[in-house]
Design a protein around this ligand. Structure first.
Ligand code: NAP
Ligand code: 8YV
Length: 321
């Protein structure tokens, strides 16, 4: 490692474009898992000033890097990074907001329609030759027409979901902690009140101690027997065992999920259900959108070491020191 070049840690797998954007200007230190930092020579560990990560960056890793100044996290949700530990050390954390809003909102609408109209099952039916052998695929019991949709989280992505829903002529309501003054949609000051007022609940909130398990048995009961839950935010927001019970017992009608409690594990009980549409956390997963996210990670790292400024700091850590 040359003495002038800045060392940047990549703990675990990251989008290859992050690596290729940084490799010429920085000394990249790559380890498989956060815990492997202990195996680095002490002078290398102490030389690390930046990091680029997709996923976990625990407090133990921050503690092992005395020279760390910034962490560029891949994804708008940064629940894998211990931002409290970073903030306590004055370390700047960045995420990748906005560049994925359209992709995630588009996926949400696709997942909503797949869940209501059972298009994945219809395609499986055709591919299995059953259309020709057995006749038309059964009519879907549910339709988007006339639904009342509640959005849990009306931030950057929630707003794009709402904008896409408006032309479907559905009623739109929302719950956030603070009402917005810039939208025409009806506000609910609690998730339970929102769930009681709608038959379709779309969750797009971050994973926080407050949101953890907030879509629970009571909220699902309030959503009702025609109720449909779509979760594109984080798996931790939903009490997953309660959701499985609600789907098995008909407490709600159906669910469309992109995120799960313990990814990539999806419980067999969920997979066995006929009234779910399941995606493997792909809401932002197109090549152009993931490239844009990777570029933003790299641009944050480059900008920090060139200008002592980052482009997209998370609110919990210092903006620019
Ligand atoms: P954002 O702009 O920060 O919006 C978050 C929204 O959630 C805000 O409206 C916020 O309003 C609300 N919120 C936060 N805590 C809440 C609480 N306790 N109760 C009710 N509402 C709460 O974030 P974003 O860019 O839209 O992204 C949202 C999340 O989506 C990310 O954090 C990530 O976890 C997830 N995501 C998933 C995928 C995927 O691939 N499936 C892709 C992108 C993002 P208040 O602050 O007023 O409460
Ligand atoms: C990514 C996401 O798939 O941005 C987020 O918060 O959940 C997704 O866009 C994920 O962060 C990359 O692993």
């Amino acid at each position: 490692m040359s003495s002038e070049r800045i060392a940047v840690l990549i703990p675990g797998r990251i989008h290859p474009r992050v690596r290729s954007r940084l490799v010429d200007a920085f000394d990249l230190v790559e380890i498989d898992r956060a815990e492997d930092v202990e195996g680095l020579p002490e002078e290398v560990r102490k030389s690390i000033r930046g990091a680029a990560v997709s996923g976990r960056f625990p407090a133990s890793l921050i503690a092992a890097l005395p020279g760390l100044e910034m962490i560029g996290s891949f994804g708008v949700g940064y629940d894998g990074v211990d931002v409290k530990a970073a903030a306590a050390r004055g370390i700047v954390v960045t995420n990748t907001p906005d560049v994925l809003n359209d992709e995630v909102a588009d996926t949400t609408i696709a997942l909503l329609l797949n869940t209501l109209r059972q298009f994945p099952a219809a395609e499986t039916y055709l591919r299995a030759g059953r259309w020709e052998a057995e006749g038309p695929f059964p009519l879907s019991p549910m339709s988007l027409k006339g639904r009342r949709v509640g959005i849990h989280g009306l931030g950057r992505i929630g707003l794009e979901i709402a904008a896409r829903l408006a032309p479907f002529k559905v009623e739109i309501r929302y719950h956030t902690r603070r009402p917005r003054s810039d939208v025409p949609y009806g506000y609910h000051d609690s998730l339970l009140s929102l769930a009681s007022a709608v038959d379709t609940l779309i969750s797009i909130v971050p994973a926080t101690p407050e949101t953890k398990g907030s879509i629970n048995a009571e909220v699902l009961q309030a959503l009702g027997a025609d109720g449909v839950l779509i979760n594109v935010g984080r798996g931790s927001t939903v009490d997953q065992p309660a959701l499985i019970r609600a789907l098995e017992e008909g407490t709600i009608a159906a669910a469309g999920l992109d995120v799960y409690a313990d990814e990539p594990h999806v419980p067999d009980a969920l997979i066995a259900l006929p009234n779910v549409s399941l995606l493997p956390h792909v809401a932002s997963g197109s090549i152009p959108t993931r490239n844009a996210m990777a570029d933003l990670v790299a641009d944050n790292v480059i900008s920090w070491f060139a200008e002592a400024k980052v482009l997209t700091p998370v609110p919990e850590t210092p903006q620019n020191s």
